[in-house]
Ligand binder design. Structure first.
Ligand code: UD1
Ligand code: MG
Length: 462
């Protein structure tokens, strides 16, 4: 039978080295809290349960931030070290039997694939306890792996307790462990480290092997996956590594970058082949971009779907919107939640669209607000048109049917409908439905008073 898997994320620490009032694991990489990356990597393993160990000080912030991640929480009452943190999860694990993967919450670059390989190696070797080590270019701050002459792991020495000789060791602890649940009770045997006043989880290696438990230390090559973030400088380094990894991934999939150092792509984003990204582009959340698109500078797209061949020009913001093939958006456009832009439509500069559908081939090229509207195919919306959707209490819809022409500077006072093929004269305020094919015009009649200017001048002289 397949062995069950549970995961414990240690996140109760105060993160004092960040010098911040925000809990360490909520500091962000590319705008996403680092613990989300850890939970995402764990979710890929499809564990039976995930427990996040939180502290008294960060409990509220973490529960709020992770509320939707379907994880359990365990409280570590005081920050007495990583072994004590893991013991605090015992109740939440509630007699779980199987493999328990333990990971520090400050290790966001680890991938599901690496964790899966680790689990496979641990199970094949039939260990009671395993951990991932890696070779660090600069091992400072990490626990060093101490091995005997034949290379068998003896224990882990934390920086503060290491001799000069031990400090020279470059093989270090990643903070990722796999326990057979039967090994967990040995945590109680870990003694307090007097220097720090903490119970070190790292001591479990010595304790367990001393009791005849088969322990394995698996050295994984790529140090960039295991970087532990304790300071803001390390956070920046991790962010850079993450960005480089993401860029490499998309380069291999025919996406091109004009300046890869200024483009930020969230982990769930999907981009089609042949799409080109200019500098300062942010692709966030649950966003899909089609193939052959061009995204010009300073564009932010969040939780949106963009079809093929779409052009999004400079300084546009797209949130929870849907843009169909070959549409052209911007420059300086704002698409707010609930916007659907159909094929070949054009949304130009200083146009804001919210909770509206803009039909195939329709155009709103300049300075308009389209809110709570259904705009049909091939409608032309002139510059400065506004749907007046809000009466101060309720929102109302505007319907503009296929092929209608809305003259510049029109106000459409909703609820209102402009039927198929109708025209609205420039500068009109439309409050009643306009029948199909009609011309609606509502503005005071224009008068020309001859000689008026000359008479005014004379008056002033007198
Ligand atoms: C730890 C390891 C070190 C390893 C490194 C990898 C220990 C003693 N040392 O050091 O061997 O090389 O990670 O990055 O484990 N935490 C709690 N409760 C506590 C203390 C910490 O939940 O009482 C949590 C923290 O929130 C953090 C994680 O445990 O997410 C690790 O703690 P941290 O202080 O970052 O340990 P390091 O000094 O990085
Ligand atoms: Mg750390």
């Amino acid at each position: 039978m397949k062995k069950a898997l549970a995961c414990v994320v240690l996140a109760a620490g105060q993160g004092t080295r960040m010098k911040s009032s925000i809990p360490k694991v909520l500091h962000t990489l590319n705008g996403i809290p680092m613990i989300h990356y850890v939970l995402r990597a764990l979710a890929g393993l499809r564990p039976e349960r995930v427990v996040v160990v939180v502290g008294r000080d960060n409990r509220k912030a973490l529960e709020e931030a992770l509320g939707s991640d379907a994880v359990g929480f365990a409280l570590q009452r005081s920050p007495l070290g990583t072994a004590h943190a893991l013991m605090s999860a015992a109740r939440a694990l509630g007699g779980f039997e199987g493999d328990v993967l333990v990971i520090n919450g400050d290790t966001p670059l680890v991938s599901t694939g690496t964790l899966r390989r680790f689990i496979t190696r641990h199970r094949r070797a039939r260990r009671g306890l395993s951990l991932i080590s890696f070779v660090a270019a600069d091992p400072a701050g990490y626990g060093r792996i101490i091995r005997d002459g034949s290379g068998n792991p003896l224990g882990i020495r934390e920086e503060g307790d290491a001799t000069a000789e031990e400090k020279a060791v470059k093989e270090v602890n990643s903070g990722i462990y796999l326990f057979d649940s039967g090994t967990l009770p040995l945590l109680k045997k870990i003694r307090l480290n007097d220097k720090k006043g903490e119970y070190y989880l790292t001591d479990i290696l010595e304790v367990a092997s001393g009791r005849g438990i088969r322990c394995g230390v698996f050295c994984f090559g790529d140090e960039t996956e295991f970087i532990g973030i304790n300071t803001r400088e390390e956070l920046l380094r991790a962010q850079r590594l993450l960005r480089e990894r993401t860029v490499r991934y998309w380069l291999e999939r025919d996406v091109s970058f004009m300046d890869e150092t200024s483009v930020y792509i969230h982990p769930d984003v999907v981009i089609g082949r042949g799409t080109r990204l200019y500098p300062n582009v942010y692709l966030e959340g649950d966003t899909t971009i089609g193939s052959g698109c061009v995204i010009y500078p300073d564009v932010r797209i969040t939780d949106s779907t963009v079809g093929d061949g779409v052009t999004i020009k400079d300084s546009s913001v797209v949130e929870s919107a849907e843009i169909h093939d070959d549409a052209v958006i911007g420059p300086f456009a704002r698409l707010r939640p609930g916007t659907v832009i159909m094929k070949d439509a054009k949304i130009g500069n200083f146009v804001e669209v919210k909770a509206s559908t803009v039909g195939e081939g329709a155009k709103a090229q300049h300075l308009s607000y389209i809110g709570d509207a259904d705009v049909g195919r091939n409608v032309n919306i002139g510059a400065g048109t506004i749907t007046c959707n809000y009466d101060g209490v309720k929102k109302h819809r505007t319907v503009i049917e296929e092929g209608a022409f809305i003259g510049s500077d029109t106000q459409l006072v909703a609820p209102v409908r402009v039927e198929k093929g109708a025209y609205v004269g420039a500068g009109s305020t439309i409050t009643r439905d306009v029948p199909a094919g009609a011309l609606a015009i509502s503005r005071s009649r224009e008068r020309h008073i001859r000689g008026w200017a000359g008479r005014k001048k004379k008056k002033r002289k007198r």
